[in-house]
Design a protein around this ligand. Structure first.
Ligand code: ZN
Length: 387
């Protein structure tokens, strides 16, 4: 369940929040929960109906009287464009606010790609997808994820060292200007963690999501919200230094987790055997190649040592692993073995360690969920219906 909604307890936005958390409900059940007079409730519901924020979901039999119409939040009528921009790939999709994907395209990106080109390519593809799905008219927001940190105040990115052109890019402004809708930015591992949380049905439990693709990052969902920390760097485990390790990292230091156990590090280690890309690693592991299995398992074990500490401190119910390399069985098994061996015993009581079930779509689902929480927040809804 979502945390209990806050805000003016009788506003239209609050009613929608109750429907999101507890719906579908009949009008009478809503009245009982919120304590509004019938005329005020009718007025609020009319406003929500006018903006297509609620929908009727069927009838509930009631004792004695007529069956009552049930109402739910309408998270399927509005559309978001979401894009996960990575170091070597970008995926862009048209989704509704529930996270249903109507169309998506995954494009390779050149190493060291520049924002200008990537930006116009994404925009062209996004417009094309909106036209193809017939959902351009219901577009209400854009959600974008990138590796590295986000300056949420400025709407800019603080990119990882492998994306040197992406620091200080005014991503929010550029997409807002192009599409004239609100734009929300999120770190890719935070979006992945939030996608895993949404896919689990938004449980009332803490969740740690870990993304191991080209780089490594983690995200936290606590009390139903992405926990970003004081400088939006919560979960940046990739550049924790491991004592006694000397591998050079792209950040300029030595011995970082990312330099030893990221997809890029795995590729580097397997290069003498002919591996060039993350896809090569995936193919070889699936084919049972002994070198590829050994190296990915060792990487998983190293990430597991860091996560044992994270699990002990956060004490989550779920530890969800995603990313092309993270979901490979040798990586995941190595990670799980070390977490279970090293974390505090009581922190392991009932913890679920597993792969993100939605695979590469987990980040897109997370962006859809984050956009939904922003667009359907009580204050946002009240501003909309009173505009
Ligand atoms: Zn580093």
């Amino acid at each position: 369940m979502r945390p209990h909604p806050t805000g003016p307890p009788t506003s239209a936005g609050h009613i929608l929040a109750v429907l999101r958390a507890e719906g579908p409900l009949t009008r009478l059940e809503l009245q009982d929960r919120i304590g509004l007079s019938r005329p005020t409730m009718v007025e609020r519901l009319d406003a929500l109906q006018r903006f297509q924020l609620i929908r009727q979901t069927g009838l509930r039999a009631s004792s004695g009287g007529r069956p009552a119409q049930m109402l739910a939040a309408n998270d399927v009528g509005r559309t978001a464009l979401v894009a996960d921009i990575g170091q070597r790939h970008a995926t862009i999709a048209v989704v509704d606010l529930r996270g249903t994907v109507f169309a998506q395209v995954r494009r390779p990106l050149p190493a060291g790609h520049e924002p200008g080109e990537t930006f116009s390519g994404l925009l062209d593809t996004g417009r094309d997808l909106l036209a193809r799905t017939g959902r351009a008219d219901s577009l209400c927001a854009v959600g974008l994820s990138v590796p590295g940190q986000i300056d949420h105040g400025e709407g800019t990115t603080i990119a990882p060292p492998t994306m040197p052109h992406w620091t200080g890019v005014r991503l929010r402004e550029r997409f807002t200007e192009a599409l004239s809708v609100p734009v929300f930015l999120e770190n890719d591992a935070n979006a992945l963690a939030f996608g895993a949380y949404c896919d689990l049905g938004r449980p009332d439990a803490a969740l740690v999501g870990v993304k191991v693709g080209t780089g490594i990052g983690a995200g936290l969902v606590i009390s139903g919200r992405a926990h970003r920390g004081e400088t939006a760097s919560a979960g940046e485990i990739g550049h924790i230094r491991i004592e006694g390790r000397e591998q050079r990292c792209d950040c300029g230091r030595r011995g970082c987790v990312s330099a030893i156990a990221s997809g890029q590090a795995v590729i580097r280690e397997l290069r003498p055997t002919g591996v060039r890309t993350a896809e090569d690693v995936v193919r070889r592991v699936r084919a049972g190649n002994a070198d590829a299995i050994r190296v990915t398992a060792a990487a998983g074990r190293l990430v597991g040592t860091v996560l044992a500490t994270v699990v002990t401190i956060v004490n989550p119910r779920y530890l969800c692993v995603g990313g092309a390399v993270g979901v490979l069985p040798p990586f995941l098994d190595g990670l799980r073995d070390v977490v279970l061996a090293n974390a505090h015993t009581s922190a392991l009581d009932g913890v679920h360690v597993g792969a993100c079930k939605l695979g590469v779509d987990t980040t897109l689902a997370g962006l859809a969920g984050l956009v939904a929480d922003e667009m359907l927040a009580p204050a946002a809804v009240d501003a909309l219906v009173h505009a």
